[in-house]
Design a protein around this ligand. Structure first.
Ligand code: URA
Length: 192
């Protein structure tokens, strides 16, 4: 499937009831052959209105975090979510909704073939790394999943709620930058 076919098919998806209440599907944003992919949980109110991931307050913080390690959603990474449609009232996506939607993310990953996947928050980490992932204990660690390196950061919304988590995230970001230099140097413009 091409990107255009995939995006069209995802926009017409009725595999779970979330399509009935959303304004726009939020497919993803960024560079389609990025070496590094970020995955959040699901769209919030602003994302639903604009059709782009992480554009609210959490998104502004995410952009600042990315900038610290020379990443930019329009230049060298791709950002998507576990579910493409907004859960009403910003509740967590249900397991049934995650299961119905995950095929779209897997198809995106097959096209992008990232070397590093960064989960934003517990929900993405539990889906993509392991069901019993403990974000407070395992954030910043790297896990090999089928030859791809996965890690998780605290969700930007969690950092806004509890700024005491920010120093840990700064360390995680610097370690992520090292990992990117090692496994995906082209992310920083080095093409061998
Ligand atoms: N939170 C997420 O997990 N994803 C978004 O796109 C926005 C907020």
């Amino acid at each position: 499937m091409t990107w255009e076919e995939l995006e069209h098919a995802a926009a017409a998806c009725t595999r779970c009831p979330l399509y009935e209440t959303r304004t726009n599907p939020v497919f993803g944003v960024g560079v389609r052959d990025a070496g590094v992919m970020f995955v959040g949980e699901g769209p919030g109110e602003n994302e639903d209105l604009q059709g782009e991931p992480f554009v609210g307050r959490g998104g502004q913080l995410l952009d600042i975090m990315l900038k610290i390690i020379d990443l930019d959603r329009h230049k060298n990474i791709y950002i998507a979510n576990i579910v493409k449609c907004r859960p009403p009232h910003n509740r967590d996506p249900l397991n049934t909704e995650q299961e119905a939607c995950i095929g779209w993310l897997r198809a995106q990953m097959e096209l992008i073939r990232p070397k590093i996947v960064v989960c934003l928050g517990r929900i993405a980490a539990q889906v993509l790394i392991k069901p019993d992932f403990k974000i407070s204990r395992e954030h910043g660690q790297f896990f090999d999943v089928g030859g791809v390196q996965y890690t998780a950061l605290y969700h930007p919304a969690a950092l806004l709620r509890d700024p005491r988590k920010k120093p840990d995230t700064f360390v995680d970001l610097k370690n992520l930058q090292e990992k990117i230099r090692e496994l995906s140097p082209e992310t920083y413009g080095a093409r061998n």
